[in-house]
Design a protein around this ligand. Structure first.
Ligand SMILES: Nc1ncnc2c1ncn2[C@@H]1O[C@H](COP(=O)(O)OP(=O)(O)O)[C@@H](O)[C@H]1O
Ligand SMILES: Cc1cn([C@H]2C[C@H](O)[C@@H](COP(=O)(O)OP(=O)(O)O)O2)c(=O)[nH]c1=O
Length: 237
C-alpha cells in the first residue's frame, strides 16, 4: 500500500533561521551545532548558504567573492542568487516542513552592500520586496511556504542570529585562519561600517534579530546560540 502523506497544506511550515555577522565573527563554526540541535528534537534540516545554495547561486558566489565589480552589481547578483535559492531550495523546504538554516541572507546585503559600500538601503528594500514577496502565488510547491504570513509579505527568516564581535577580533581570527577573499580583504573601516549596518538592522527588527555576543570562547558562544534559539521558541528548553 502506498504511504499516506499528510497534505502539504496541513503540514506545519519549517523554521527559517539565518546566521549573520562580519567575516570572522564565528558563525560558520556554529551552523552544524544548530542543525544537530534541531535534528535532536526531531526536525528535518536543510543547511544552506548565501550567496549560493544552488548551482547558479554557487557560480554567482564565485563571481562575488573573486571578481572586482561595482557595488550595485554586487547587490543585483546577491539578489539574483537569492531569487534562485528561494525558488529551488528555501521555499520548497519550508513548504515541506523542513527547517532551513541559512548562512547569511538579506541582512548581509543591507550590511555589506548597503552600509559597507554605500548602496542606499531604500534601493535594497525595493529589491527585497521584488525578490522576496509573492511566494504564495509562485508554483504549487510554494503554495504553503508563507503559511502563516499575509499574502505579499516578505519571506524573511523567523529568527536571525547575529554574531557580534569587534572588527579587530574578527580580523585577528581570520588572519590565523585563511587566505582572505574579496570581502575578507577589505580594510578595517569597511567592517566597522558593516558591523554598524548589522546593529541598525537589529534595531529595526528586534523580534527577529537576536544579538549573540560572540567575543567569547567557542563553547560559551555555542551555549548562547542554543539558549537564544530556546528563547525564540525554536528549540525546546
Ligand atoms: N569564539 C571563538 N573564539 C576563537 N576563535 C574562534 C571563535 N569562533 C570562531 N573562531 C575561529 O575564527 C575563525 C573564523 O571563524 P568562522 O566560523 O569561519 O567565521 P565566519 O563564518 O563568521 O566568517 C576560524 O578559524 C574559527 O576557528
Ligand atoms: C549574502 C551576502 C554575502 N556577502 C558577502 C559576505 C561574505 O564576505 C561573503 C561570503 O560569506 P560567507 O559565507 O560568510 O563566507 P565564508 O564562508 O568565507 O565565511 O559574501 C555580501 O557581500 N552580500 C550578501 O548579500
Amino acid at each position: 500500500m502506498a504511504a499516506r502523506q499528510t497534505p502539504a497544506a496541513a503540514r506545519p511550515r519549517g523554521w527559517f533561521i539565518s546566521v549573520e555577522g562580519i567575516d570572522g565573527a564565528g558563525k560558520s563554526s556554529h551552523i552544524e551545532a544548530i542543525a544537530q540541535a534541531l535534528q535532536a528534537q526531531g526536525q528535518r534540516v536543510c543547511l544552506t548558504r548565501e550567496p549560493g545554495g544552488t548551482p547558479l547561486g554557487e557560480q554567482l558566489r564565485h563571481l562575488l567573492l573573486h571578481q572586482d565589480m561595482d557595488a550595485w552589481a554586487e547587490t543585483l547578483l546577491a539578489f539574483a542568487a537569492r531569487r534562485q535559492h528561494l525558488r529551488e531550495v528555501i521555499v520548497p523546504a519550508l513548504a515541506e516542513g523542513v527547517c532551513v538554516v541559512c548562512d547569511r541572507y538579506t541582512d548581509a546585503t543591507y550590511a555589506y552592500q548597503g552600509s559597507g559600500h554605500g548602496v542606499p538601503w531604500q534601493a535594497i528594500a525595493q529589491l527585497e520586496r521584488w525578490v522576496q514577496s509573492g511566494w504564495l502565488a509562485v508554483g504549487a510547491g510554494a503554495a504553503t511556504a508563507a503559511g502563516d504570513r499575509p499574502e505579499g509579505a516578505l519571506l524573511e527568516p523567523d529568527c536571525t542570529l547575529w554574531f557580534d564581535v569587534p572588527p579587530e577580533v574578527a580580523a585577528q581570527r581570520l588572519q590565523q585562519a585563511r587566505t582572505p577573499d574579496r570581502f575578507e580583504g577589505q580594510a578595517r573601516a569597511f567592517f566597522e561600517r558593516v558591523a554598524q549596518g548589522y546593529a541598525r538592522r537589529a534595531t529595526q527588527a528586534p523580534a527577529r534579530i537576536v544579538r549573540i555576543d560572540a567575543h567569547a570562547p567557542l563553547p560559551q558562544v555555542q551555549e548562547r546560540v542554543l539558549a537564544a534559539l530556546a528563547q525564540q521558541g525554536i528549540l525546546r528548553a
